[in-house]
Design a protein around this ligand. Structure first.
Ligand SMILES: [Ca+2]
Ligand SMILES: [Ca+2]
Length: 223
């Protein structure tokens, strides 16, 4: 009889231990699930301004141990109330997928972008807490031109009232931005309607020289 009681006691201890061990080995996060993550969010150009078309690239990866099914990724920039949604295809174990978005941000500001993969939680994952990536970046005002009159020269150097005098006016863009088409006025003496000349768009550092030929029949020192 004692043997039976001993056997029953051992059996009870064994089944209790087995039950406890079973509970311990039950992983609430299924290790055989997909795990969608965002490796990084990048943008180009690296120092965008308000006239640049900015390309954002979001790198999605399945870091889980099972393939993920099709799902959606949202990418919000700034205060967008309805950010665009992109389809992420089924991804095998370790597979990656790139999402690109091009946009112009015409207001110079510091922006926050937020990319969220499996935004509608359609995929059951081993880790649901690594699906968001945020990025802070600045958009600057565009670089401005700086037009200057570089030099004004005349030929001949010491003209008389009989000479046709050629004035050369050299314009330079000293700024970091491209200048648009504009006008140059060149007034000599008391002219009430001095001529104006077209100046083309100029790249940073570019120069443009305009000539004016004229006769000054009165001997004077002109200002
Ligand atoms: Ca995840
Ligand atoms: Ca999910």
């Amino acid at each position: 009889m004692k043997k039976v009681q001993y056997f029953l006691a051992c059996f009870s201890i064994f089944t209790t231990l087995f039950f406890i061990l079973s509970l311990c080995s039950c992983d609430p996060t299924d290790p055989t699930s997909p795990d969608l993550t965002i490796d990084s969010t990048s943008y180009s150009p690296s120092n965008p301004n308000t006239t640049d078309s900015i390309t954002f690239t979001i790198h999605v990866r399945n870091r889980g141990s099972e393939s993920s099914s099709i799902c959606d990724l949202s990418f919000k920039v700034g205060g967008e109330s309805a950010p665009p949604v992109y389809t992420i295809p089924a991804l095998g174990v370790g597979a990656t997928y790139l999402v690109s978005r091009r946009m112009l941000l015409p207001i110079a500001l510091t922006y926050l972008s937020i990319a969220t993969v499996d935004v509608a939680d359609e995929v059951s994952e081993s880790n649901e807490n690594n699906n968001i990536d945020s990025l802070i970046f600045s958009v600057n005002p565009p670089p401005r031109p700086d037009l200057t009159i570089d030099t004004i020269t005349k030929s001949p150097a010491s003209p008389t009232t009989a000479d046709s005098i050629t004035f050369s006016i050299r314009v330079r863009n000293n700024g970091p931005g491209i200048s648009s088409v504009c006008k140059l006025e060149f007034k000599v003496g008391g002219e009430s309607m001095p001529p104006q000349y077209d100046i083309p768009a100029m790249a940073p550092g570019a120069t443009y020289t305009r000539e004016r030929k004229m006769l000054l029949p009165i001997a004077l020192t002109s200002r």
